[in-house]
Design a protein. Structure first.
Length: 94
């Protein structure tokens, strides 16, 4: 899977001048102490590449929370998306 994404990224970087890359990233931490202790960490990223009427996106999120040394929450997701503009007011995605 990683090789496929790497090949896709390399092939996309060698295309027309109308291409555009965008990227967003977030990281967060909350650490609380007192009568009880809690730690929460989160990460999020979204990267997209747009060329003419096509748009390719890769996204991911991760959250982990521990309370008093015990993991109380863990959640993650990852995805890819392909969008195609059919006309000025109509588009489709997979």
């Amino acid at each position: 899977m990683l090789r496929m994404l790497l090949v896709l990224a390399v092939s996309l970087s060698a295309t027309a001048a109308t291409a555009e890359f965008k990227g967003e990233a977030e990281a967060g931490a909350v650490i609380v102490s007192g009568n009880s202790e809690s730690e929460s960490y989160s990460f999020k990223t979204k990267n997209s590449y747009t060329q003419d009427k096509n748009s390719y996106s890769i996204l991911g999120r991760y959250l982990q929370t521990t309370a008093n040394g015990v993991e109380s929450a863990r959640n993650w997701d990852a995805g890819v998306r392909y969008d195609r503009a059919i006309s000025e007011s109509l588009a489709g995605y997979i």
